[in-house]
Design a protein around this ligand. Structure first.
Ligand code: NAD
Length: 470
């Protein structure tokens, strides 16, 4: 059992002033693995003041000097790679292979991308008679979800800290442990006191105190669309900049000339990655009606072939969902879909294991275009399969969602694939399963949010623009 009794405020590890503690569960074993401090409004106030005090000197450094400190942070994180992986396995339930590659190594790649992109920002440019300066926006409140806790924190902190902002970080209640490793590494790296402050706690208490605090300039939030909307409203009276990375309901569009096996197998893997608890998961597979039966069978076989089990086993690919509540939510979506007429061709809502919040990789066929499971984000290992007759119909189905985070196009013809990608109303599109790019802007259209993270664009989220006429 780990005890994390302190918050990190102004460069010092301190007990909460008005918070408490919370237990952290391992979702695979259902055992309590840690007890973690939770802050309250007075802790948030202290953290914001520490960040405010640190702001002039941190933002006043040359970019290269800030990056030199952050390079040391990167090295300190690399040095605890194995502990980060073990912590991710324990607090998220992610299988060790997924924790290593999709959580920790991708998170480090994102930080690397930010450090390299610091050279690409136009910190100063001439526009006619003006010199246009890009300056740090101020104190940033960063609020992150539980699905990829290490990655999500770095997707915000990398941009904020390179920009010269100082930060108050609130990790998700269910998964606060990797944030401690991040803060400890920053401390060892010599990040000046107050540049990074860590206040775990409840969203409704710590999160709202951050969002409404008059001395916070930017809120960067990743999480559900409902909470994002609430944060926008709470931040409005103080006219804060609010950057939102929200939910998704992304489609993978398989055109009639695509390699069906590669397309369907790749889609199933992307849908089930991290047990489907991925904002950009392709949770809808769209295939030509003429290939619907074959695609459905392939999807069922691919889903059934994913190894579910002990996250510590190197062969496991599908771990549990993060909590009992999340399992109940996902099973509820599946049960209602079946009641509405969907056919389960793989998986189903029955418990595949007696202990742990496991849910089988599930493929649903025979879903109506307006079914709940087709419209709403499930955030679990559930894929629907639908048929279409023309490319126009495929695009219309893909775009028939309030979200717009991600999409996929599969085709043997690169020009045709790009043409479809242009028509998808989403922030990302992968053609033929192309690899994730940790330096390319990541964010959503519509209800998937309004911000962009990663690389140069992610740094720019934390910059103000000043024009000086001479
Ligand atoms: P959530 O919205 O419940 O919580 C996210 C964070 O917000 C947590 O730290 C939580 O404590 C905090 N929070 C909750 N209520 C708050 C409030 N009133 N004020 C301030 N903060 C508050 O989301 P979750 O369940 O942790 O994560 C799952 C959701 O996140 C899914 O919808 C998923 O799609 C989305 N997500 C989006 C992205 C993206 O980049 N677009 C990435 C990952 C997850």
């Amino acid at each position: 059992m780990t005890t994390r009794g302190c918050l990190f405020l102004g460069g010092r590890w301190q007990a909460p002033r008005d918070g408490g503690t919370r237990e952290v569960e391992n979702p695979a074993t259902e055992l309590v693995i840690a007890r973690v401090a939770e802050g309250g409004p007075r802790d948030v106030d202290a953290a914001v003041h520490a960040a405010r005090r640190a702001f002039p000197s941190w933002s006043g450094l040359e970019v290269t000097d800030r990056v030199a400190v952050l390079e040391r942070w990167y090295d300190e994180l690399l040095a605890v790679h194995d502990e980060l992986v073990a912590t991710t396995v324990a607090e998220v339930g992610a299988p060790v292979v997924i924790a290593r590659e999709a959580h920790v190594e991708l998170g480090l790649a994102v930080l690397r991308g930010y450090l390299d992109a610091s050279k690409d920002v136009a910190w100063e440019e001439q526009v006619g008679s003006s010199v246009v300066l890009r300056e740090a926006a101020g104190v940033a409140a960063c609020i992150t979800p539980w699905n990829y806790p290490f990655y999500q924190v770095l997707a915000k902190l990398g941009g904020a800290l390179v920009a010269g902002c100082t930060v108050v970080l609130k990790p998700a209640e269910l998964t606060p442990l990797s944030a401690y490793l991040l803060a400890e590494a920053a401390d060892r790296a010599g990040l000046p006191a107050g540049v990074l402050n860590l206040v775990p706690g409840a969203g409704s208490v710590v999160g709202e105190a951050m969002v409404t605090h008059p001395d916070v300039d930017v809120v960067s939030f990743t999480g559900s669309t409902g909470v994002g909307a609430r944060i926008t409203a709470l931040a409005a009276p103080t006219v804060k900049r609010v950057c939102l990375e929200l939910g998704g309901k992304s489609a993978s569009v398989v055109l009639d000339d695509a390699d069906l096996v590669a397309a369907v197998t790749g889609t199933v893997q992307a849908a089930m990655l991290n047990s489907g608890q991925t904002c950009s998961a392709w949770s809808r597979l769209l295939v030509p009606a003429s290939r619907l039966a074959a695609a459905t069978e392939l999807a069922a076989t691919a889903a059934a072939g994913l190894v579910l089990g002990d996250p510590l086993d190197e062969r496991t690919w599908l771990g549990p969902l993060v909590s009992a509540a999340q399992r109940a939510t996902v099973a509820g979506f599946v049960d209602r879909a079946v009641a509405a007429g969907a056919r389960v061709v793989a998986g189903g809502s029955a418990r595949p294991a007696p202990v742990g919040h496991f849910h089988a990789a599930t493929v649903l066929a025979g879903v109506a275009p307006d079914a709940e499971v087709v419209r709403e984000e499930v955030f679990g290992p559930v894929l629907t399969v639908q048929g279409f007759d023309t490319d126009d119909e495929a695009v219309a189905l893909a775009n028939a969602t309030a979200y717009g985070l991600h999409g996929g196009v599969w085709s043997a013809d690169p020009a045709r694939a790009l043409g479809i990608a242009r028509r998808l109303r989403t922030g990302q599109v992968d053609v033929n399963g192309a690899a994730f790019n940790p330096s390319a802007p990541f964010g959503g259209y519509g209800r998937s949010g309004n911000g962009r993270e990663l690389g140069r664009h992610g740094i720019e989220e934390f910059l103000e623009t000043k024009s000086v006429q001479r």
